[in-house]
Write a protein that binds this ligand. Sequence first.
Ligand SMILES: [Zn+2]
Length: 314
Amino acid sequence: MREAPDNIICPSCSSPRVQVKGEIPPSCLFAGRTLNYVQKGGRLCRCPKCHLLFRHPLRSTNTLNDLYRSENEENWSEAARQRTDWCLVRNWLGLLDGIGRVLDVGCFDGRFLEYIGHDYQWFGVEINDKAAWKARMRGVQIVGRDFTNLPTLKPLADLATAIDIIEHCSSPSGLLGSMAACVRPGGYIVITTGNTEAPTWRFMGSTYWYCHIAEHVSFINPSWARHIAPLVGLDVQYIHLFSHADPQVTILYKYLEVIKNITYKISPALFALLRRGGMGGIDLKRFQGLALSPPNWMSAKDHMLIVFRKLSNS
Ligand SMILES: [Zn+2]
């Protein structure tokens, strides 16, 4: 790890003391779309002060928003299956009383809110117009396009959720602060995302599959959550680590993922050669910019669910 050039500052705490962990491999995908150019991955940076990891440089907010607005509907099928994190949130919610108004930030087409059930009033924030329209058709009240113009709900929400959202935000502390502002004192915030402190991520560093995904720009961990929580009037109540893979995956699948990642770690060029030979599960004729992309590690326990509670006196 080396010190970053002077012009890089932490997007969460503004510290100028930032380290570079390494180069992120290039990609030609963004939010399920194949782009007609290869995008550089940039560098994976780490802030020793607040523990955030982040991609640098970032594309402009306008470019990112344009790419999200033209998101591929094919990618939406991901939301259709029963996801581990959805299941975890619903089970946790079932243990609580006093939750009526739920705001889902990045609610997409409203399927998560529908999944948690009709015992709650549904509110959503969504930037993609088509997805927001579909959410409305499901009964979700759309109250904003993104968290930067998140209105203060009256009355405030009992629970705000961001399911696989914070890794897309260039200002993760801004997202958490906005969510804290629209939750009642004593209410909850639930975030699910990748965990940079997972052993598999520590092993692969800047070539970890999760930070290679081009639309992922901010990467948090339990240490970051504990650092930021008191600064925005929150308390970390609960952290649960989990894997995003289907629980039914076989031992063989898990071993193959380990072997592929170790091979890539030893020699990305050798791995790219194997990909060109037809191994690795990517059609390189269709995705020519993905030859050097690292293998997934879906079976790794590299995700987490964090429950924050808003302090009663904030
Ligand atoms: Zn920082």
